[in-house]
Design a protein around this ligand. Sequence first.
Ligand code: DGY
Length: 316
Amino acid sequence: MTTAIPAPGMHILEAAGEVHVPDQQLSAGELRRECSSGDVDVVVAQLTDVFDRAVLEDATIKGISNYAVGYDNVDVATATGRGILVGNTPGVLTDATADIAMLLLLATARRCVEADRFVRAGKYQGWQPELLLGSDVSGATLGLVGFGRIARATAERALGFGMTVRYTARSGPVPAERLGHLAGRVQFAEWDDLVRTSDFISLHVPLSDTTHHLVDEKTLRAMKPTACLVNTSRGPVVDEKALVEALRSGEIAGAGLDVYEDEPALADGLADLPNTTLLPHVGSATRSVRATMAEVCANNAVAMARGEMPAHAVNP
Ligand code: DGY
């Protein structure tokens, strides 16, 4: 393991075999040595551990069990080529992450962080007609980028708040029979149209070469000046420098972010902008979700160590 995971997962792993947890985060060189030592069957990894070609090229491990649904930290093509399975934890963090997307949307629209600071600074002197005015959520249009599990759960929440929900996806419109009870309640839009017309845009795509800087200077310029951007997916989907400029110049109205381009660092100036809500990558951070992720991740690891197919493997 590169780091310990919550107890339910540790119990499964310890009951199944020998578990080693280092005292501190492994460097790339140490990770590479461990993976090619011949002593390790499976690595239980965090999204902060990078398994690139250099780490994987001499690897003798059977699998990497990622403690996350995202797996952009692993070069899956190289892993697959070397017969290394890659596991993840889909499904169990969908609602928790959609809650955080909605929280960021609401908090940014209604200037929650600014308002909280205002009260704590002792500046509140009573109700005023124009104190800390924000923007309406009910009646506004939410544009979802990507339409997987978390986007759909965010759609459910947004519909509950009286929003119009549209989505864009590279694969095109989802046939009505695969939309379940969202059929007729959400509409597909082409990317340009969605960017131009949404009051809120929420990102729900995995990080890949195609989605890196999907939201760039051009996209930000095309958004409404009153629009807010929400990102609970992966930081590099947004060009964070361009975002700071767009927020500074009023090209867009606000941003709610749970993820950053170069975590844990923030782009220069981001933390000084009042029109942002900034969280430390806590989309899945509820006690029960993290415990369930630990179980899924541990079960994946045990299956891989035994030479079986895990419940969740992302290799093609
Ligand atoms: C994931 O699972 O990919 C999240 O980013 C962390 O839970």
